[in-house]
Design a protein around this ligand. Structure first.
Ligand SMILES: O=c1[nH]c(=O)c2[nH]c(=O)[nH]c2[nH]1
Length: 299
């Protein structure tokens, strides 16, 4: 009887999303990685007979990523990858090769006038948006942005909420708050050429107010932060009457490192991509009419 032969094979956990926070007093540093581990070695039997005797579980490789983030920190993706690859090959007889691929997401600090250095914006441009409507008589100009990703590594809490028989969420007194800001704002421009807003300056300042309000608000909920961002825009930009936000709550869960004898002092987080909370609201200048559609994807 001919037997089919197993060729090249590898296995591991792909895309472990780990955020490592280093707290140097009020100054925080973050590293944000997507780590994929691929192991190969004596893996004939698991494929041929189903014996798992040579298999280090992929779940373990994920845990190792989190534990090493705590123990060794993340100086660079390369150094972190070296620690991991060496560990798998030297600690397990059945594993002869480890390949660790890492994507690193780059962040920069949000410059602002408030206290603390724990507010970050993802590097790279957000997408700027504009919609102009004219019916021969009146004008409507709505501007906006999407994919402005921001993170506060402290000054965010969430507690005191309604609890029913399905509520399991633990109250949080120091959590990460992160979101991809999508916003649209409506100008009150009447159409008079002499009263044209400076569109470039208006966009730059509105974005600045959104970032500063995010950084400077001590948050008890993403809803409160949303309101603070919108109120700040309406209060500082007289040309804007209305602003609507759609904010995904990009959850960062503290990893339980106790099984590995390690304490997680708000340092190592699992960055979940879905499901996510979705917080949406319009903030209006007093007396202004709401005209931006509820569903921003329709704009
Ligand atoms: O800022 C938050 N607002 C919520 O409404 C909510 N709900 C939840 O589970 N976590 C959070 N966080």
């Amino acid at each position: 009887m001919t037997r089919a032969t197993l060729g090249q094979n590898q296995y591991g956990k792909a895309e472990t999303r780990v955020v490592r926070v280093v707290r140097d007093g009020a100054t925080h540093h973050i590293k944000d990685l997507n780590v994929s581990v691929s192991l190969s070695g004596d893996m004939g039997e698991v494929h041929y007979s189903g014996s798992n005797a040579s298999v280090l579980p992929t779940d373990t490789t994920k845990n190792t990523v989190y534990a090493f983030a705590k123990e060794y920190g993340v100086d660079s993706a390369e150094q972190f990858g070296i620690h991991l690859a060496r560990h798998f090959v030297t600690s397990q007889e059945t594993i002869h090769q480890a390949r660790v691929r890492i994507e690193e997401f780059a962040w920069e600090r949000i410059e602002h006038g408030g206290e603390g250095e724990h507010s970050f914006v993802r590097k790279g441009q957000e997408t700027r948006l504009a919609q102009v409507t004219f019916d021969g008589v009146s004008w409507e100009v709505v501007s906006g942005l999407k994919d402005l990703t921001v993170l506060n590594s402290t000054n965010s809490e969430f507690w005191g909420y309604v609890k029913d028989e399905y509520t399991t969420l633990p109250e949080a007194y120091d959590r990460i708050l992160a979101t991809d800001v999508a916003a649209r704002w409506r100008f009150n421009w009447s159409g008079e050429e002499g009263e044209l807003p400076d569109w470039q300056e208006s966009y730059a300042q509105t974005k600045r107010h959104i970032l500063e309000a995010f950084a400077e608000t001590y948050s008890l909920s993403l809803q409160q932060t949303l309101y603070a961002m919108g109120a700040r825009v309406v209060e500082h930009r007289p040309e804007i009457d209305e602003i609507r936000f759609s904010l995904p709550n990009k959850h960062h869960f503290l990893v339980d490192l106790k099984p590995f004898g390690l304490k997680n002092d708000n340092e190592v987080y699992f960055a979940a991509d879905r499901p996510y909370g979705l917080i949406e609201a319009t903030i209006l200048r007093d007396g202004a009419e709401a005209r931006i559609p509820v569903d921003l994807t329709n704009l």
